[in-house]
Design a protein around this ligand. Structure first.
Ligand code: ZN
Length: 676
């Protein structure tokens, strides 16, 4: 019945995605579990190179490698090491990025450090199967058993710790993880009948799908059907996100109302995490209806709340599409993780394009060069980074949400930000069902893997997204035949593919193309993805200049100031040294290729996402809008009218503006009004 439904929806044109590309529909089984379309490679098989390696090494030197030494909440008497300190989400959050980093860089010291926490968790599983920090009830001498699961504590932080253990397992194949998880999930399946997923916090009800995902991952390994029963039970007790995402009212209401009503389901980070829920529900049930919910929900979210850098407003709630709204760093890294899981399960290219856009634009500017400070909320059009209330739905009364600090705003982001770059790195390669390899998003790296019993190394040489050519060099002892899948980004009109210098194929953007052949040692595939300039349309009919996967922002020299708040510690404010109040000439919108010019610099030896390192510049003509000024710290967006023009006062003088990729900026304009 389900496949008939899918077929009829497709024939009605209601589903534009390809449920299972180029294959027969999956065979009906006793259960309806759908295997992932793309299979992740073990942690450590992908080693970052080039600019990506520089980024991860910065993180290793900074907070990802050392948060437990510099941040009191983790440092002091940690609950995940048996103490009375942090026993909730921040330690697992940190490990969720520190574990992949340790294995991607092969850093023995960080491996040793994270293993201390992993060992404590594994060694201190209770006889019942429960795990986690010692609870208050336990300190009073009570036991956590199936008869008394109420002596336990919040299900939510355990969901993050399960992600940590799962990654650790793929790096090490440490069998303790499997027996530990089997025992825990057995416990959870029974315990949930007495203490429901939301027994301790609403966070667990909102995020139950992260728990389901890990149960389904284990099912993929041991085939124990009781895990699908558990997943179904968690699904029933958790917030019904698939329904919510597929039903448009929520996203419309969220654009209008910033009140207390159902705020947990308009909370930006919850929504970012929930994006993967329909894919998880689909994996568990085989019901393609969920994929439609996903498509509708993601499109609606990005239409009503989307911002030029590829993320949506989340300050802390969804807050419409004005470029002066904020986005929490956790929302970006969680949305990235959601997209990575959606890609794995569904294989839909839409989410690969979305992932690159988010990673290369939204993610980089929200942290400092040393990865030790972050903004709780960044803005798209951000003409100053400072203390203030701004236009945020949750400003907090110390007005610290926009500054760059370690402990400023709320500290979830300080702990959670480490999964962004590391998990993107992990998503650079997948195995395919056809026993081949797939490169679905790009960045420099080396893959070491086994295909058809042969060890294969693929060196992906590129400075993408800063250049339009990607080279894949194959090394293997013996020739080996397998399909190699490559994604062609949607912004690319026509890609060209060369094997050993000879053009073998061209392919349209928004597709996945396959090279099915025998691969010899030394073979080289070149993928050319010509990037053209275009503009896109955002809040108040503003325009953003784009080229390939990058969006461009006005380059503004920065003035940094250091401050201190007695509660939230040291922080930085950043101000521009020059005027920012420009509109773009309408001729640019009419013909971007003709009216914009692009120039390139080589990447610096040691890459860092800051203004000095920006390797691409675009020159554009604009005019100053004298009345566009900072009000309450914010550059409130002038309206370009239906015809696309700002009708207020505009200076006569035409000036040449320099733009750089958004990811390299701290203060900027990215969504421009348009002037005559
Ligand atoms: Zn956060």
């Amino acid at each position: 019945m389900k496949f008939k439904l899918a077929f009829s929806l497709i024939s009605l044109g209601l589903l534009s995605f390809k449920p299972i590309q180029g294959e027969d529909p999956p065979k009906k089984k006793a259960d309806n579990y759908i295997k992932p379309k793309y299979i992740p490679v073990p942690l450590g098989a992908i080693r970052p190179q080039g600019w990506l390696k520089d980024q991860l090494e910065i993180m290793l030197k900074g907070t990802t490698g050392h948060l437990d030494e510099v941040y009191g909440k983790l440092k002091d008497d940690n609950g995940w090491l048996g103490g009375k300190g942090d026993s909730w989400e921040e330690t697992p959050y940190w490990l969720d990025g520190a574990v992949p980093l340790a294995y991607q860089l092969g850093d023995a010291a960080l491996q040793k450090k994270v293993l201390k926490y992993i060992n404590w968790v594994l060694d201190n599983q209770r006889p019942s199967g429960y795990f986690g920090a010692i609870t208050k009830a336990e300190r009073e001498g009570k036991e956590i058993t199936l008869q008394h699961p109420e002596n336990g504590d919040d299900w939510w932080p355990k969901m993050v710790m399960l992600k940590v253990l799962q990654q650790y397992y793929t790096a090490t194949a440490d069998k303790r993880v499997i027996t530990f998880m089997e025992k825990y999930f057995n416990y959870q399946k029974e315990a949930l009948k007495k203490v429901k997923i939301g027994n301790w916090t609403e966070w667990a009800t909102s995020r139950g799908h992260d728990n389901m995902l890990m149960a389904q991952w284990l099912y993929g390994i041991n085939g124990d059907k009781s895990l699908l029963e558990l997943a179904g039970l968690i699904q029933k007790q958790s917030f019904q996100w698939s329904n919510w995402l597929g039903n448009r009212d929520w996203v419309i209401n969220a654009a209008t109302y910033q009140n207390n009503d159902q705020w947990m389901s308009r909370h930006g980070v919850n929504v970012a995490m929930a994006l993967k829920t329909p894919a998880i529900d689909y994996q568990c049930s085989g019901d393609v209806r969920y994929l439609k919910d996903l498509k509708v929900g993601f499109k609606d979210l990005m239409t009503l709340h989307g911002l030029p850098m590829g993320i949506f407003s989340a300050d802390e709630d969804l807050h419409g599409n004005l470029p002066t709204q904020g986005t929490e760093l956790c929302a970006t890294v969680e949305a990235m993780y959601s997209l990575e899981k959606i890609i794995e399960i569904t294989g839909d290219e839409t989410y690969m394009d979305a992932l690159e856009r988010m990673t290369f634009n939204a993610l980089p500017p929200q942290t400092t060069d040393d990865y030790n400070n972050k903004q709780y909320f960044q803005m798209a059009n951000q003409v100053q980074i400072s203390r203030g209330v701004f236009d945020f739905s949750l400003p907090f009364d110390r007005e610290m949400n926009n500054v760059l600090g370690m402990r400023s705003g709320y500290t979830c982001c300080l702990a959670n930000m480490h999964q962004g770059w590391t998990k993107y790195t992990q998503s650079l390669w997948y195995k395919t069902e056809g026993n081949g390899l797939a490169a679905l998003v790009y960045a420099p790296n080396v893959l070491n893997t086994t295909v058809n019993g042969q060890e294969v190394t693929v060196k992906e040489e590129t400075s993408y997204p800063f250049e339009d050519e990607i080279n894949f060099a194959f090394s293997t002892k013996k020739a080996v035949t397998f399909p190699f899948e490559l994604r062609i980004p949607v912004w690319c009109n026509e890609a060209k593919i060369f094997v050993n210098g000879k053009e073998v194929k061209s392919a349209k953007g928004g597709t996945i193309t396959t090279l099915n052949q025998k691969w010899n040692n030394g073979d080289k595939v070149t993928l050319k993805l010509p990037m053209t300039m275009s503009t896109s349309n955002w809040g108040h009919n503003s325009r953003t200049i784009e080229r390939g996967p990058l969006v461009y922002a006005l380059k503004l020299e920065e003035k940094w100031e250091k401050g201190n708040n007695n509660v939230e510690g040291d922080y930085f404010s950043v101000y521009p040294k020059s005027d920012w109040n420009y509109g773009l000439l309408e001729s640019i919108i009419a013909d971007p290729a003709k009216n914009l010019s692009v120039s390139f610099k080589t990447l610096p030896q040691k890459f860092v996402w800051n203004l000095n390192s920006a390797p691409i510049e675009i020159k554009a003509k604009g005019k100053k809008i004298p009345n566009w000024k900072v009000v309450d710290g914010v550059a409130r967006q002038p309206v370009s009218d239906r015809s696309g023009l700002y009708k207020g006062e505009v200076n006569n003088e035409v000036e040449t503006l320099t733009l750089v990729p958004f990811g390299f900026t701290k203060v900027r304009i990215v969504a421009f009004p348009v002037v005559k």
